[in-house]
Ligand binder design. Structure first.
Ligand SMILES: Cc1cc2nc3c(=O)[nH]c(=O)nc-3n(C[C@H](O)[C@H](O)[C@H](O)COP(=O)(O)OP(=O)(O)OC[C@H]3O[C@@H](n4cnc5c(N)ncnc54)[C@H](O)[C@@H]3O)c2cc1C
Length: 317
C-alpha cells in the first residue's frame, strides 16, 4: 500500500493513511481506510485516479448515511468529496441548480426554496450528499432524484470525464437507468456534479414551510437523532403500487421490533431502522440485519434486500 500511496504524492488534496471512517458514517462504526483521499477539485481527483494502480481498489463514500463500513476497514483508496468546493450549489436558470456531489440534500432543498424553485423540497428529508443520492436514487414523499436530474457529471476509475443524462432531457449523452433506490452507474464512476431541475417557480416562504413540514414529519416517525443508516431493507415493491408490501410491516410481523444483537437494535420507533445504541460494532449491526432477514423469510417467505450498503473487510478474529 505504501507504494500505491507514494504514487499520489504531490496532489493538492489531502491524503491520510489509516484514516478512521466511523466518524464519517451515521452509524459511527467501522474500521479505517487504508488511504483516504480528499481531492481539492475534479482535476485533482482525475490526477489521483489516473495515477492510482489500475488493480488497486477505489471506493467513494458520501456522508455515510446509507452505509455500514465493516470493522476491518477498507482496502485501497477511499475518496470523500468534502469541503466548500464540493458543497457548491449555483442557480443556472429560473428552475435549475448546478450542484457539486458533496452538497448535502438539505442544503440543496434550502437553496432551491430561497431561490423560489419548486419541486426540490423533498430533498430536505434525506440526510445524505447528492453523490450518494444519485447512486441510490434517493427519494421520499413521492419524488426521487431521477425526477429532477437533467445531467450528471463524473469521472471513471482511470480519471476520464464522463457525463450522463438524467430522465428529464435528451442531451445526446448516455442515459442512466434508475430504479427504486437504485441506479445502474458502473460501480467505479465517481459522480462529481449534477444539474437538477425543479417543477417550476413558487413563493420561497411556501417552499420553506414545505421543508419544515417534511422535517417535522420525519422527527415524528423516524429515529433521526440516533446512530442509524436509514431504511435498512428496500421495500419488496415500490411504494404506491397496488398491494405494495413494505419492509417495516414485514419486520414488525416477524416480531423483530426492538430485537438486539450486541449493541445493535431494531428501532422501537421505526422497525425498518437499525440503530447503534452506543457500543455496537459493524458486525453487530450486520448480524442483526441478517437475523431480521432470516426471521422475515421464515415468517412471510419474503427475501428482504439490504438497502444499506455494506463495504469493507470483516474484522479478523
Ligand atoms: C435518518 C435517515 C433517514 C433516511 N431517509 C431516507 C429517505 O427518506 N429516502 C432515501 O432515499 N434515503 C434515505 N436515507 C438514506 C440515505 O440518506 C440516502 O441513501 C443518501 O442519498 C445517501 O447519501 P450518502 O452521501 O450518505 O451516501 P453514502 O451512504 O456515503 O453512500 C451510499 C452509496 O453511494 C455511493 N456514493 C456516494 N457518493 C458518491 C459519488 N460522489 N459518486 C458515486 N457514488 C457515490 C457510495 O459508494 C455508496 O455506494 C436515510 C438515512 C438516514 C440515516
Amino acid at each position: 500500500m505504501t507504494d500505491h500511496a507514494s504514487s499520489l504524492s504531490g496532489l493538492r488534496g489531502k491524503l491520510i493513511s489509516q484514516a478512521a471512517l466511523a466518524p464519517y458514517t451515521w452509524f459511527r462504526v467501522g474500521g479505517a481506510a487504508d488511504l483516504l483521499f480528499l481531492p481539492a477539485d475534479e482535476a485533482d481527483l482525475a490526477a489521483g485516479l489516473s495515477r492510482w494502480a489500475p488493480d488497486a481498489p477505489v471506493r467513494v463514500l458520501g456522508v455515510g448515511s446509507n452505509t455500514i463500513v465493516r470493522d476491518g476497514g477498507i482496502d485501497g483508496l477511499t475518496v470523500r468529496l468534502v469541503g466548500t468546493y464540493w458543497g457548491q450549489i449555483d442557480q443556472v436558470s429560473d428552475t435549475e441548480l448546478f450542484v457539486r456531489a458533496g452538497a448535502l440534500d438539505l442544503s440543496v432543498a434550502r437553496t432551491a426554496a430561497k431561490k423560489g424553485i419548486a419541486g426540490l423540497s423533498f430533498l430536505s428529508g434525506i440526510p445524505g450528499s447528492l453523490g450518494g443520492g444519485v447512486r441510490t436514487n434517493a427519494g421520499c414523499y413521492g419524488r426521487e432524484l431521477r425526477d429532477c436530474l437533467v445531467r450528471i457529471d463524473g469521472l471513471t476509475r482511470s480519471g476520464e470525464s464522463v457525463s450522463f443524462q438524467g430522465e428529464l432531457e435528451e442531451l445526446g449523452l448516455p442515459p442512466v437507468q434508475f430504479g427504486y433506490r437504485h441506479s445502474d452507474f458502473a460501480e467505479d464512476v465517481i459522480i462529481t456534479g449534477l444539474t437538477l431541475r425543479g417543477t417550476g417557480r413558487a413563493d420561497p416562504a411556501v417552499l420553506q414551510e414545505e421543508i419544515l413540514a417534511h422535517q417535522a414529519r420525519r422527527a415524528e416517525t423516524q429515529p433521526i437523532r440516533e446512530k442509524t443508516g436509514g431504511s435498512t431493507f428496500a421495500n419488496p415493491d415500490p411504494p404506491g403500487e397496488p398491494g405494495a408490501r413494505s419492509s417495516w410491516k414485514l419486520v414488525e410481523a416477524a416480531g423483530c421490533r426492538g430485537l438486539r444483537v450486541g449493541g445493535a437494535q431494531v428501532s422501537e420507533k421505526h422497525c425498518n431502522f437499525l440503530i447503534n445504541t452506543g457500543e455496537a460494532t459493524a458486525a453487530d449491526i450486520e448480524a442483526l440485519g441478517e437475523l431480521v432477514r432470516a426471521r422475515v423469510l421464515e415468517q412471510s417467505g419474503v427475501h428482504l434486500r439490504w438497502e444499506i450498503r455494506r463495504i469493507g473487510r470483516l474484522q479478523e478474529a
